[in-house]
Design a protein around this ligand. Structure first.
Ligand code: ZN
Length: 362
């Protein structure tokens, strides 16, 4: 295909031109996460003709992803997100190189994955991954286009430029509260689309580097899409920052998967006969409980257990206790908290309330 025609609508822009297009074609970008943020970002970047695109994601496509993960279709259910994303992007632009990494980003593989790319796009949904991306990028001197969404709020920034603040200047430490990812927290696809699209645009601006472009380095763009109020705040560079105040070789990479951290909790599946002899506790928040819960269950939200696990009272007349949440992540966390507090015979319901509803329907 004639690439001159293909990219003509962007090369006609004075800020891009054939020179800018050449830079895009020679650029190598790595997107961490092919989810709500990664999907729109990847579509626009592949469309713009970024020469080499890497996609890191170890997740499989679920039907509940499709409202925001616009690279995928119903028939992709169960497929690797990284591999399916590559297929879809090749269909859009067969002239570029696309690599799929069907693996979790870890402290062990992050440096080798980042080393052959210029710009990293953070499309992750948890603090642990965001810290790892930040720290590894600082070590290697790579640029990161950061994006995050929570409910109707979204934010974008650029990290990694010399002397600029980093993600840890914004958030020095991982919050101690449980971080819900999009599998559990609510999210509107269009909000993820806005933020992912801005990440794509920031990436293009960084690569093309026209003098009129002012990427969000050192600045955080915030948008409340309920009202569409948006603002930009300057991120102060912390001189005692645990990451960017250090020499790159002194930065120690650490990562514990937000999923792996709760695997010590004992899990049980919906068809297990033990379910009939157990006390059921719903650890979701009040609004979720009020929308529907398993009949006969008690309500004891994770947020309360985190403050004081002693509020849990072991059932007198039941063999054990089964905790459940929406999808089975928060209940694992709750089971772990109770186990650490010395309570026994606690299980977490795999797949949570959604799996239970599905099991009842089958
Ligand atoms: Zn910093």
């Amino acid at each position: 295909m004639d690439t001159t025609t293909k990219y003509s609508r962007q090369t006609i822009l004075a800020e891009i031109g054939s020179e800018g297009q050449e830079k895009l074609v020679n650029a190598k970008i790595l997107c961490i996460g092919a989810g709500g943020l990664g999907c729109p970002a990847l579509l626009y970047l592949a469309g713009a003709g970024i020469g080499t695109i890497g996609i890191v994601d170890f997740d499989k496509i679920e039907i509940s992803n499709l409202q925001r993960q616009i690279l995928f279709s119903v028939e992709d259910e169960g497929k690797s997100k990284a591999v399916a994303a590559r297929e879809r992007l090749y269909a859009l632009n067969p002239d570029i190189e696309i690599k799929a990494y069907d693996e979790e980003l870890t402290a062990e593989n992050v440096l080798s994955l980042f080393s052959s790319y210029d710009v990293i796009i953070d499309g992750t949904d948890n603090f642990a991954a965001k810290f790892l991306i930040n720290d590894a990028a600082l070590k290697l001197g790579k640029l990161v286009v950061y994006g995050a969404i929570q409910g109707f709020d979204g934010q974008v920034s650029v990290f990694g430029e010399k002397e600029a603040p980093c993600y840890r200047c914004l958030h020095p430490q991982e919050p101690q509260s449980v971080i819900m990812n999009c599998a559990e927290a609510g999210v509107i696809g269009a909000v993820a689309g806005i933020i992912g699209t801005i990440q794509a645009l920031e990436t293009i601006k960084l690569i093309v580097g026209h003098e009129d472009f002012k990427p969000l380095s050192g600045r955080l763009w915030l948008c409340d899409t309920r009202t569409m109020d948006s603002r930009i705040i300057t991120i102060p560079k912390k001189h005692d920052c645990p990451a960017c105040a250090k020499a790159p070789e002194e930065i120690i990479l650490q990562y514990s998967s937000p999923i792996c951290t709760t695997t010590t909790a004992k899990e049980i599946i919906c068809s297990d006969p033990l379910l009939k002899q157990a006390a059921l506790i719903d650890v979701r928040e009040l609004a979720e409980w009020e929308q529907g819960h398993i009949e006969g269950a008690y309500h004891l939200p994770l947020s309360a257990l985190q403050i004081n696990p002693e509020i849990y009272e072991p059932p007198q007349d039941k063999q054990c206790c089964i905790l459940y949440c929406q999808k089975g992540m928060r209940s694992r966390k709750a089971a772990e908290i109770l186990a650490q507090a010395g309570f026994t015979e606690i299980y977490s319901l795999r797949g949570g309330y959604e799996a239970w509803c599905q099991y009842q329907a089958d």
